[in-house]
Design a protein around this ligand. Structure first.
Ligand code: IPM
Ligand code: MG
Length: 356
């Protein structure tokens, strides 16, 4: 098996947290080949393209991609094609990474980090399965144009929400399979009371359900799902939804844990090639200070070992090392509480290496 990993540190805290994840990967000594490339704002600065040719080549040749984070205020006013986010969307689309897995897990040691009452979130363990290459994110036509409306020339903004049957079916299958390996509850989230696209989504979920008799399928409208996530999040096991709703709900679910700095994610194609990245952003406000939490990126390494390389034992080893450093009381600033030991990015990496 070839084991090529493309490492994309990205922007903001990306390079700092990635350095620790790479050290963990090297310590496991699994014979991976790693190559680093530019993506996002760093790539815009160097080449004026957020997803340069050289990066595209490496990414396509790799079995897995590890990404830090992209974006920052200095690139926000650039034309849309040059924004760092374009790089990320470009990789997702080009590689067909349609299945985005975003776990939201509350570690018992971090129960106080949540803004919700501990009794509401204790033991929380949700997996959000978000479709990642379709929906209004990529739908054509799109744009901002001048049109004549009500007898007046004015600017007109438009995007298109669409899903084909096959796009919906493949992401639902990923979600059903994931539910099967967990608590066998799948909640499909849509807005069928208003949007036809999501009526189709619900119909297809119902059509597939008989193939997964061991999984209990329920449906929920997205506004209600947003409310239920803060009212009683533990009712959920696996949630599956489209690109746009998934973007929003996965941030909400991540924040339930109070520690977005702890949450990894995976974006997979049909053959287990994947891009792995922390769920948090590039945190420009703390970039370069050596205080960012590297654990979400380290846990992304664990997801990569599990999903792309089927190295379950190594994945568990990394996850257990992270649990151990939390039990030992090491905390970066984002999860620090009185009575625990505040450490920086590098020291947290050291602690994980020692715990491996
Ligand atoms: C995410 C991010 C991206 C998205 C942005 C950076 C384009 O918010 O991965 O959730 O909207 O998908
Ligand atoms: Mg998002």
């Amino acid at each position: 098996m070839s084991k090529k990993i493309c490492v994309l540190p990205g922007d903001g805290i990306g390079p700092e947290i990635m350095a620790e994840a790479v050290r963990v990967l090297q310590a496991l000594d699994l014979g991976f080949e790693m190559e680093t490339a530019l993506l996002g704002g760093a790539a815009v600065d160097a080449t004026s393209n957020p997803y340069p040719e050289a990066t595209q080549k490496l990414v396509q040749a790799a079995d897995a991609i590890l990404l830090g984070a992209v974006g920052g205020p200095q690139w926000d006013s650039l034309p849309r094609e040059q924004r760092p986010e374009r790089g990320l969307l470009g990789i997702r689309k080009q590689l067909g990474l349609f299945a985005n897995l975003r776990p939201a897990i509350l570690y018992p040691e971090l129960a106080n980090a949540s803004s919700l009452k501990p009794e509401v979130v204790a033991g929380l363990d949700i997996l959000i399965v978000r479709e990642l290459t379709g929906d209004i994110y990529f739908g054509q036509p799109r744009g901002i144009e001048v049109r004549e409306i009500d007898g007046q020339k004015q600017r007109f903004g438009f995007n298109t929400m669409h899903y084909s049957e096959s796009e919906i079916r493949r992401i639902l299958r990923v979600a059903f399979e994931a539910a099967r390996k967990r608590n066998k509850k799948l909640c499909s989230v849509d807005k069928m009371n208003v949007l036809e696209t999501t009526q189709l989504w619900r119909d297809i979920a119902n059509e597939l359900a008989p193939e997964y008799p061991d999984v209990e399928l329920t449906h929920m409208l997205v506004d209600n799902a947003a409310m239920q996530l803060v009212r009683n999040p533990r009712q959920f096991d696996v949630m599956v939804t489209g690109n746009m709703f998934g973007d929003i709900l996965s941030d909400e679910a991540a924040m339930l844990t109070g520690s977005i700095g702890m949450l990894p994610s995976a974006s997979l194609d049909a053959k287990h090639k994947g891009l792995y990245e922390p769920s948090h952003g590039s945190a420009p406000d703390i970039a370069g200070k050596g205080v960012a939490n590297p654990l979400a990126t380290i846990l992304s390494v664990a997801m990569m070992l599990r999903y792309t390389f089927a190295l379950e034992e190594a994945a568990v080893k990394v996850e257990n090392a992270v649990k151990k450093v939390l039990a030992q009381g090491y905390r970066t600033g984002d999860i620090h509480e009185p009575g625990t030991t505040r450490v920086g990015t590098r020291q947290m990496g050291d602690a994980v290496l020692a715990a491996l």
